[in-house]
Design a protein around this ligand. Structure first.
Ligand SMILES: [Zn+2]
Length: 92
């Protein structure tokens, strides 16, 4: 299951996102400051208070890299890139 988020475009590839999901917890909902990845290109963003995506600041990126979630971010990003090689998401 995924949670609805305000419709937004990936700043890198233009992919339109309107839902977010946490692969390890079906019932999770996004919160302020959570990291999120574009499902098409793997670009990293953070959710702001309105659950809109924003590019992390240098400081936020450092904090994320020092957190327990970073390994998961890397793994998921790697998986997205692998899937995109063989099953690319079409532009919409
Ligand atoms: Zn993207």
């Amino acid at each position: 299951m995924s949670a609805p988020i305000p419709t937004t475009k990936c700043l890198k590839c233009g992919y339109i996102m309107d839902h977010a999901s946490l692969l390890t917890d079906d019932s999770a909902v996004p919160r302020l400051g959570d990291a999120t990845l574009c499902m098409k290109c793997g670009e990293l963003y953070l959710f702001d208070k309105d659950l809109r995506i924003k590019t992390p600041s240098a400081r936020e990126l450092l904090e994320l890299k020092a957190s327990a979630s970073w390994l998961q971010v890397i793994r998921i990003r790697r998986a997205i890139k692998e899937v995109q090689k063989t099953h690319p998401i079409p532009d919409r």
